[in-house]
Design a protein around this ligand. Structure first.
Ligand code: TYC
Length: 105
């Protein structure tokens, strides 16, 4: 919010144009419900790729199961893309129809 020099990024050098430090645009990674992917598999995915503990992973899985969609996490674009690809790849290899998508915050 403040325009004061940032303690961590100010180089102390005199510059005519300040180097622009862009805050990365963030993307939500979402899981979509389906009728066939086993609940245990979804919990495993949330633990493995989204660093959730068993309890939170189960809570997110049940949100998706009952509401149709749920947020796994929020990340910069490349990180979100990697996670979507990891989930889709594992689901494909296990022949589950699980869908994982990303959406601008
Ligand atoms: N609806 C699935 C079932 O009853 C479980 C499920 C949860 C599937 C979340 C996908 O993203 C999902 N086995």
């Amino acid at each position: 919010m403040s325009n004061a020099p940032d303690r961590k990024t100010d180089t102390g050098l005199k510059e005519k144009t300040r180097p622009k430090v862009e805050k990365p645009r963030l993307y939500k990674v979402l899981l979509l419900n389906d009728d066939y992917t086993p609940m245990d598999f979804v919990v495993h995915v949330l633990q493995r790729f989204f660093n959730k503990g068993r309890e939170e992973a189960t809570r997110i899985m049940l949100t998706v199961h009952y509401k149709g969609v749920g947020v796994c996490g929020v990340y910069p674009r490349e990180v979100a893309e990697t996670k979507v690809n990891q989930v889709m790849d594992l689901a494909r290899r296990h022949e589950h129809p699980l869908q994982c998508i990303m959406e601008r915050e």
